[in-house]
Design a binder for this molecule. Structure first.
Ligand SMILES: Cc1ncc(COP(=O)(O)O)c(C=O)c1O
Length: 393
């Protein structure tokens, strides 16, 4: 089916629409940065894992990063290459299978390394082991996303590392950014080097984690390239890896939903949709952040949820179809009265959103679709009762 990629008027059910041309644009840029900076840039599955699109990714990148056994298997079996894996804690039950699926395995602590490194090497002798280090510097202000907050469970401090690393440790992994620009990386790198460069001669690789939002419009990719080129000049023996997630799927498509009802309470009008914030856009409530809605203007609310007088007509809260009282967000102004059946289009709902959804309340999950450049919509997946039922035996 051909669809209009501006209005999606042919759609009458909720769908996450991944737009191939936008995805390719991001992949192209990432692959150019990778070549110019001589850095391996790999996809973090935690942000995007729609595996039916992996053949497109394979045209531009050759590896992925996993944070669990399932992600490691997805990389090995569906992407077709062993993953760079980091988990805060591997279990005895899963380590063998994870090691089998991984080319690189990063431990979060020296105690995890001590318990499991030999076992991982026995299962997969070619695996390269590393540890996550914590530079105690992150500019991420939201505590939920700050891996260097005081008392954090992530990474080994420089004060905890022995002068001579165990010979099986070949790499350092460091993740401190979130939707950050290259200037933030530059300042962070100074702290990483200050605390950890004395161990660099003992390493083969360094992974600078995710959070490099290089596909955002205002991101200065030439600065990132020059930072990494300078780093290579200082440490020419180190293979550099970046593992962003968001950057790959940044602004690659919307969640298209439909109005099911409009209700009013004490002057607040809510358009109830056939999607849910808590089920299908959980980061909006978790971060929280206010999503952009196509053809609508955001109106700022005060702390009590009120809006300033004189904003005009057609102002709505948008409400989810779950029973959670807080499953709504406000407010948006449209240029007409919303009618049952019409589309409400939430922008940029692919990265993280599509991997974090749930089936709370048994609400039907939006379909997943890939829109090709000519407007042809390929439905990747539709969900129904069996999907809900099969999660819980
Ligand atoms: C260890 C690690 N690597 C990579 C990423 C991907 O980060 P982003 O999607 O912000 O680029 C994350 C995100 O939390 C992470 O924790």
């Amino acid at each position: 089916m051909k669809i209009n990629l501006t209005t999606f008027e042919e759609l009458h059910h909720p769908v996450y629409v991944l737009e191939e041309s936008r995805l390719r644009r991001n992949l192209q840029l990432i692959s150019q940065v990778s070549q110019a900076a001589d850095a391996e840039i790999i996809l973090a599955f935690k942000a995007f894992a729609l595996w039916k699109t992996f053949p497109i990714f394979r045209e531009y990148i050759s590896a992925t990063t996993a944070s669990s056994l399932s992600e490691a298997r997805l990389g090995y079996e569906e992407f077709g290459s062993r993953t760079h894996t980091f988990s805060p804690a591997y279990t005895d039950d899963e380590i063998d299978e994870i090691a089998r699926c991984s080319s690189h395995l990063t431990f979060n602590s020296l105690s995890q390394w001590q318990r499991l490194a030999d076992r991982a090497k026995t299962v997969n002798p070619s695996i390269s082991l590393g540890v996550r280090v914590n530079p105690e510097y992150s500019e991420v202000e939201t505590v939920l996303y700050n891996p260097c907050a005081p008392g954090t469970r992530f990474g080994v401090l420089n004060s905890q590392l022995p002068e001579q690393l165990p010979s099986s440790i070949e790499g350092f992994h460091c993740h401190t950014l979130c939707e950050s620009g290259p200037d933030v990386f530059q300042r962070t790198l100074a702290h990483i080097e200050e605390r950890f460069s004395k161990w660099f001669p003992q390493l083969k690789w360094i992974n600078f984690g995710g959070g490099h939002l290089m596909t955002r419009n205002d991101y200065d990719t030439s600065l990132l390239i020059s930072i990494l080129q300078d780093f290579h000049r200082r440490y020419p023996h180190l293979h550099v890896i970046l593992e962003p997630g968001s950057a790959f799927a940044w602004q690659t498509g919307p969640l298209v939903s439909q109005v099911v009802d409009v209700v009013e309470n004490h002057g607040v009008r809510t358009a109830i949709l056939n999607v849910s914030f808590t089920c299908h856009m959980p980061d909006c409530l978790e971060m929280p952040y206010h999503p952009a809605v196509r053809f609508a203007r955001t109106i700022e609310e005060d702390a009590e949820g009120r809006i300033p007088d004189g904003q005009g007509e057609h102002i709505y809260r948008l409400g989810g179809c779950s029973c959670l009282s807080g499953d709504f967000m406000g407010r948006w102004q449209f240029d007409h009265e919303l009618k049952v059946g019409e589309n409400v289009i939430f922008e940029d709902m692919i990265h993280y959103t599509t991997v974090k959804t749930n089936m709370f309340n048994g609400i039907t999950h939006p379909s997943l679709a890939l829109a090709h450049a000519d407007g042809e919509l390929e439905v990747l997946r539709q969900y129904g009762y069996e999907d809900y039922r099969s999660r819980m035996d």
